[in-house]
Ligand binder design. Structure first.
Ligand SMILES: *[C@@H]1O[C@H](CO)[C@@H](O)[C@H](O)[C@H]1NC(C)=O
Ligand SMILES: *[C@@H]1O[C@H](CO)[C@@H](O)[C@H](O)[C@H]1NC(C)=O
Ligand SMILES: *[C@@H]1O[C@H](CO)[C@@H](O)[C@H](O)[C@H]1NC(C)=O
Ligand SMILES: *[C@@H]1O[C@H](CO)[C@@H](O)[C@H](O)[C@H]1NC(C)=O
Ligand SMILES: *[C@@H]1O[C@H](CO)[C@@H](O)[C@H](O)[C@H]1NC(C)=O
Length: 561
């Protein structure tokens, strides 16, 4: 008996080993199959020169199955076309074969980047870096879809700029950085998610949009009840209360309380995240320190020395590749805006004198309100009966005729407890604003839409854009700034609800929808990516300060010096 066990063990071990070898063999061939399949859709581009072109054909955009299609207004033909184009523009490539073991997914530790060109390069040019993704077995990846971010920086100069990543869809990526200052610059490439992890995120977005649980409390006299709410709820089960906004048609529903009426709804709040969102298999692709926001190392040199321009050197139009960069920790915009520093309350007050500043959105714009009231003590804030952190807030400097305000956006705001009377849609608030040369409107909307399919976000932006364009038609001198989303610290749980990948998709949509309008986009994405401070849902104060300085510079229309 005792002697047999080791023999069985040996047999099992051999069997397991041979199975593993066969499996690995088949995986390699699956990757080849994947390759053959996808090569019908696009040519593998391996030459660096092609990095300057966009990949010609992306994987066909999945026909979107609109979430909550039975609710909300039908888009017009024009809106539907815009939506299709937007969805095509964010189509994300990925593995053609899914469900393979972790070993064949992207491993940042086995992947590497290479700097192209000489170790000394001229300012005004572009630095080209190629990234070569490999799996945990150390074999090259054959498909694209890894979510990479890139930064070029000089720590001792407080300088940094974001790079543009081009996916060649063959496991290789090209990153382009503008060379904007003289000195030693270091390349930093980070894999936020493997393409295999993005598959999981896409699935969650489509199949589990209700993973954040909202609730409302209903009250009448001594009786109170709490029920679950969301953008849409199953129609054929318990009775619903319909809180669809009459003006915008934005849907919102709660289960009807057992004893109380729908009009007894008092509060709105986030309850929790649903559990069991993904399997243990899926969770392997979200391991902190292994394949979640992990740096990729250089196979050789990790830096180049940027030297002054040569006589007669042809300048590359660097303003095409980045919206700005940090130098001495100060943001320098590249798209023709001015940037001044507002070092103290006096300077800020002088700039804001006679202005009304409206801030609408999420907690990232509340940070701006908090920054201004902290730095400018003469902006006095009343705080009677205001739920902490939810707002709305108002601060006034009556001597200098300044008013600033913050109000959060409407559902699906995933916030602390709000009174339903304070649940307002940004578009409706904008419709009530007169506008004019002394009015500034700041909007930030994104993070709370991370959990939903992107069409929900597109619809919301459409309503806000419509309201902004009407306001600008009434009062073209109104200053309007929209803040894009920013990177944040990620772990498994946060990735499932608020991954940077969701924000990146939204960011592309937001830029496209507001492009060419008299509406400024504050590039919080690049401002957090280019900075050396760690990513945070609420960017640290030095970044907020740069954002505020950028906005104040726009408000005050400084003369170019
Ligand atoms: C591996 O692939 C071969 C053909 O390429 C096939 O005959 C075999 O059944 C496969 N093995 C497994 C374990 O899938
Ligand atoms: C909810 O109300 C809106 C507008 O009042 C309406 O268009 C929609 O059909 C209603 N939803 C349901 C499920 O009845
Ligand atoms: C740049 O990188 C090279 C190679 O990795 C290294 O030897 C050199 O010290 C680096 N330069 C600076 C200024 O640190
Ligand atoms: C980019 O720079 C070029 C020349 O430096 C300028 O002509 C162009 O207007 C700039 N583009 C933008 C969008 O600012
Ligand atoms: C405030 O900042 C302005 C502009 O930087 C500067 O000229 C002024 O001296 C500062 N005032 C105080 C009181 O520090």
């Amino acid at each position: 008996m005792e002697g047999k066990i080791p023999r069985y063990l040996l047999v099992f071990t051999l069997l397991a080993l041979s199975g593993f070898i066969v499996l690995i063999g088949n995986i390699t061939s699956l990757e080849d199959l994947n390759d053959q399949l996808t090569s019908n859709f696009y040519k593998i581009q391996s030459s660096i020169h092609s990095a300057f072109k966009h990949p010609k054909i992306l994987l066909p955009a999945k026909v979107n199955h609109p979430y909550c299609a039975q609710f909300g207004q039908e888009p017009t033909a024009e809106e539907a076309k815009e939506e299709r184009d937007l969805l095509n523009s964010i189509a994300w490539p990925g593995p053609a074969v899914q469900g393979l073991p972790l070993e064949v997914s992207s491993d940042p530790a086995k992947s590497y980047f290479m700097i192209h060109g000489p170790p000394r390069q001229h300012i005004g040019g572009q630095l080209v870096v190629s990234v070569h993704m490999q799996n945990f077995l150390g074999l090259p990846k054959k498909h694209g879809g890894d979510f990479l971010i890139a930064r070029l920086h000089s720590p001792e100069l407080g300088a940094g700029v974001a790079g543009k990543v081009h996916d060649h869809q063959d496991g290789n990526y090209i990153v382009i950085f503008p060379l904007l200052w003289v000195g030693v610059v270091w390349v930093q490439i980070t894999m936020v998610h493997s393409s295999e992890a993005v598959v999981v995120l896409k699935r969650l977005q489509e199949e589990k949009p209700d993973r954040g649980v909202f609730k409302s409390m209903f009250r009448a006299g001594a009786a109170s009840e709490t029920t679950v709410c969301n953008l849409c709820l199953p129609l054929n089960q318990d009775p619903l209360c319909n809180y669809t906004d009459i003006l915008t048609g934005e849907p919102w529903y709660c289960y009807k309380p057992k004893t109380l009426g729908c009009d007894a709804r008092v509060t709105h709040f986030k309850a929790d995240m649903k559990g069991n969102l993904i399997t243990n298999y899926d969770a392997q692709f979200f391991q902190s320190g292994i394949n979640l926001k992990v740096p990729i190392h250089s196979s050789g040199m990790g830096n180049v020395t940027v030297i002054p321009a040569e006589e007669g050197q042809i300048q590359v139009k660097n303003n095409q590749t980045a919206s700005g960069y940090y130098y001495k920790n100060t943001w320098r915009p590249l798209k023709g805006q001015d940037m001044h520093q507002f070092n103290n309350a006096t300077a800020i007050t002088k700039c804001l004198r006679g202005k009304v500043v409206y801030m609408f959105g999420d907690s990232t714009i509340r940070q701006w309100f908090e920054y201004l009231t902290a730095v400018v003590p003469n902006l006095k804030q009343g705080n009677l009966y205001i739920p902490k952190s939810a707002g709305p807030y108002v601060a006034v400097d009556s001597k200098n005729n300044i008013m600033i305000s913050f109000r959060c956006h409407g559902p699906p705001i995933f916030f602390t407890t709000l009174f339903t009377s304070e649940l307002r849609y940004v578009a409706n608030e904008l419709d009530r604003i007169e506008g004019g040369p002394n009015t500034v409107i700041l909007v930030s909307i994104g993070a709370h839409f991370n959990m939903y399919p992107i069409d929900i976000y597109i619809r919301r932006l459409r309503h806000i854009r419509r309201a902004l364009l009407q306001l600008l038609k009434r009062e073209p001198t109104t200053l309007v700034v929209i803040r894009s989303a920013n990177m944040r610290k990620l772990n498994l749980q946060i990735s499932l609800s608020n991954s940077d990948w969701f924000s990146q998709q939204q960011d592309t949509v937001l830029r496209a929808m507001f492009h060419g309008l008299n509406i400024h986009i504050l590039d919080a994405w690049e401002m957090t990516l280019a900075h050396n401070l760690p990513h945070d849902l609420h960017p640290p104060r030095p970044i907020v300060r740069n954002m505020i300085d950028l906005i104040l510079s726009q408000i005050c229309h400084f003369e170019k010096t």
